[in-house]
Design a protein around this ligand. Structure first.
Ligand code: DAH
Length: 346
């Protein structure tokens, strides 16, 4: 058998030496990357070696394959070694540079923070959940039934004019108040239950400093046996004292809403003047805070409850207004403006 060294051995050896030398001399990472592509890349020299197996006499193929694989291993190793060396050199140079102080703390990336509406909403939710209320999330796109009919506001009712509505083409609407969740809640939970449902509401109306087409409310609903105005008044005083973090004095004035009977406007005694009268409360000693009332029998029935057995109270808290009072925000339109000059203050 012919033991003579096949001609390709010398060729592979020369090729390997050539690549090892070029790689060792690569001046930077970009240059090294080019060498990598030219050697072991898809169309590289070293990659091409493997494809030559088929052109050799069958008895040489095994040895050739092993030798070509060995070339590949050596070149890969050389590339990896050179890369490590170049990266280390870069690091050494940075550390040797006396204008580079590795003890200076890095720049903290800017982090976001909760929107003032979210801050106050979270506080309110935690007060209510600590008192056994479910916190519910109801749809913003609602049926006419849930937003109006079930709440004792039929289409001919003048109260519809109080809440100009964004209608969708399929007859649904953007909820005009969070009260739209009341009947849903009654249909979902077996009484007695208590729940709050915060969220965005929409009104088709012109905007100014105190009106916005999109704003936030928190609805509260309690259903139980023997619910009375005294119960409502005391619950409101307790809840509002917890939310406002101070003992509040409340009073009720009659207010009209078709879904409550009787309905009220609830005022709290002005905390700036203690009830004596000042510019904040317009000399009245009281601040209007929220509407509320005892759930109308018609609404209980729409929710599948027997008004002879079950009663309830409900309130609608203007979350946007509460945030404005809390932080002294002069214009409701700032809240959803997305203006970072405003938002970064919180
Ligand atoms: N949904 C009413 C509105 O947006 C507010 C309201 C009034 C809610 C009385 C209630 C309530 O739950 O009892 O104008």
């Amino acid at each position: 058998m012919n033991q003579a060294t096949p001609s390709w051995r010398a060729e592979l050896h020369a090729l390997t030496q050539d690549w090892l030398q070029r790689i060792a001399l690569a001046a930077d990472l970009a240059g090294l990357r080019e060498l990598e592509v030219a050697s072991v890349g898809k169309k590289g020299d070293v990659t091409a070696l493997m494809r030559r197996v088929g052109t050799l006499p069958p008895e040489e193929r095994r040895d050739y394959g092993a030798a070509a694989g060995d070339v590949r291993t050596q070149v890969d190793q050389a590339l990896a070694d050179r890369k490590t060396a170049l990266e280390q050199a870069i690091l050494d140079a940075e550390l040797a540079d006396d204008t580079f102080d590795e003890t200076v703390p890095g720049l903290l990336p800017k982090r976001g923070h909760p929107h003032p509406l979210s801050l106050v909403q979270a506080e309110i939710e935690s007060v209510f959940s600590s008192m056994g209320f479910h916190v519910l999330d109801y749809p913003e796109v609602e049926s006419e039934f849930d937003n109006f009919e079930a709440l004792n506001i039929p289409s001919w009712h003048p109260a519809r004019d109080m809440q100009d509505t964004f209608w969708l083409q399929d007859g649904h609407l953007l909820r005009t108040h969070t009260s739209s969740g009341q009947v849903r809640a009654m249909q979902t939970f077996a009484p007695p239950f208590r729940a709050v449902f915060p969220g965005k509401v929409y009104r088709y109306e012109a905007t100014d400093a105190s009106h916005e087409h999109t704003f936030h409310q928190v609805e509260g609903l309690l259903v139980d046996r023997h619910v009375s105005v005294a119960h409502l008044l005391d619950s409101m005083r307790t809840l509002l004292s917890a939310i406002l973090k101070t003992d509040v004095t409340v009073r009720l004035r009659p207010g009209y809403f078709p879904f409550v009977e009787p309905g009220f406007e609830l005022d709290i005694q002005c905390r700036v003047c203690g009830g004596k009268g000042c510019s904040v409360c317009k000399q009245s000693g009281w601040l209007e805070l929220l509407p509320c009332g005892l759930v109308h029998p018609h609404v209980l029935r729409a929710g599948g409850l027997d008004p002879e057995e079950w009663q309830g109270w409900a309130f609608g808290l203007g979350l946007s207004r509460l945030v404005m009072m809390r932080f002294g925000v002069p214009d409701v339109r700032l809240l959803l403006s997305g203006d970072t000059r405003f938002l970064t203050q919180f």
